[in-house]
Design a protein around this ligand. Structure first.
Ligand SMILES: CC(C)(COP(=O)(O)OP(=O)(O)OC[C@H]1O[C@@H](n2cnc3c(N)ncnc32)[C@H](O)[C@@H]1OP(=O)(O)O)[C@@H](O)C(=O)NCCC(=O)NCCS
Length: 243
């Protein structure tokens, strides 16, 4: 079990925050051991992701004051045989440095009341949580360590959304953050961004694309399901405060 720390989170929220993602093969994961590791590592807040098939561990964690924050679902799709799709009706191009402000503004609008685990935790400042999305989107446009590619749809010369992609391995690409500006939703732009993202994976040798969201984000799951993606794993997200 390996805790991950992000120094940005300490700077933003003022707490030493760690993350732990367990996989379904990790049967040795034990609630008391997780608490012990956190205490010896001076963790102030832990985000733990538990595969949904391990409900016994979720209940054991709840008994130790962990609280449920969200349920994350992961979808995957092979990229090698993309069936012929209708040509995109919207221009989609790679983001440039000049798009950073527009991408940041869309992130601000789209994620200010998002149903992610940080927004669900009343101990975290909501403004700071929203700013974290803005910062993440902004840095992804300029930092190739964080994102391999950012696509933006352009409507009448205006940036109408974004999708941030990361190459996880030579064979796997991931959609890590994506949104469409509220002025341009409901006309299929997101679906076209997903198709373009699959093409990017395929064109760069990645045989599969993965993407995740909260279980209640039905719109994006509809878009993925209709474009060849299948649900393949899911996690409960829990938080535990130690201070
Ligand atoms: C979710 C979001 C990206 C959708 O953008 P959009 O351009 O309006 O999406 P589209 O018009 O392409 O529609 C997407 C799908 O939602 C479906 N949809 C629309 N309303 C729906 C509803 N109430 N319930 C379920 N599905 C719905 C559409 O049928 C469409 O699927 P289809 O193209 O296969 O028919 C946008 O609203 C947004 O940025 N939301 C906030 C941030 C967010 O949730 N980002 C995604 C994080 S994973």
């Amino acid at each position: 079990m390996q805790l991950r720390f992000d120094e940005c989170e300490k700077a933003r929220f003022g707490y030493r925050i760690a993350r732990l993602t367990l996989d379904s093969a990790d049967e040795s994961a034990d609630a008391e051991r997780i608490v012990e590791i956190c205490r010896t590592s001076s963790v102030e807040m832990l985000t733990v992701r538990v595969p949904t098939n391990n409900i016994a561990l979720v209940q054991a964690l709840e008994a130790l004051e962990f609280r449920s924050m969200d349920c994350l679902v992961y979808y995957e799709c092979p990229t090698e045989d993309i069936p012929a799709v209708k040509p995109s009706t919207v221009e989609i191009r790679e983001a440039t440095f000049g798009d950073v402000t527009a991408v940041a503004e869309i992130a601000r609008l789209c994620f200010c009341a998002y149903s992610g685990h940080y927004h669900a935790d009343s101990r975290l400042d909501r403004v700071k949580v929203s700013e974290a999305y803005v910062d993440w989107a902004q840095r992804s446009c300029t930092d190739r360590e964080l994102a391999s590619c950012v696509y933006v749809p352009i409507v009448d010369g205006i940036v109408a959304g974004f999708i941030i992609l990361r190459q996880n391995s030579p064979t796997e690409g991931e959609g890590v953050l994506n949104a469409v500006h509220p002025n341009y939703t409901g006309v299929g732009i997101y679906g076209q961004l997903i198709v373009r993202s699959k093409q990017w994976c395929r064109d760069n040798g990645m045989k599969r694309m993965v993407i995740s969201t909260q279980i209640n984000n039905l719109k994006v799951q509809r878009a993925w399901s209709n474009r060849g993606f299948h649900l393949y794993k899911s996690y409960y997200t829990l938080h535990r405060w130690f201070v």
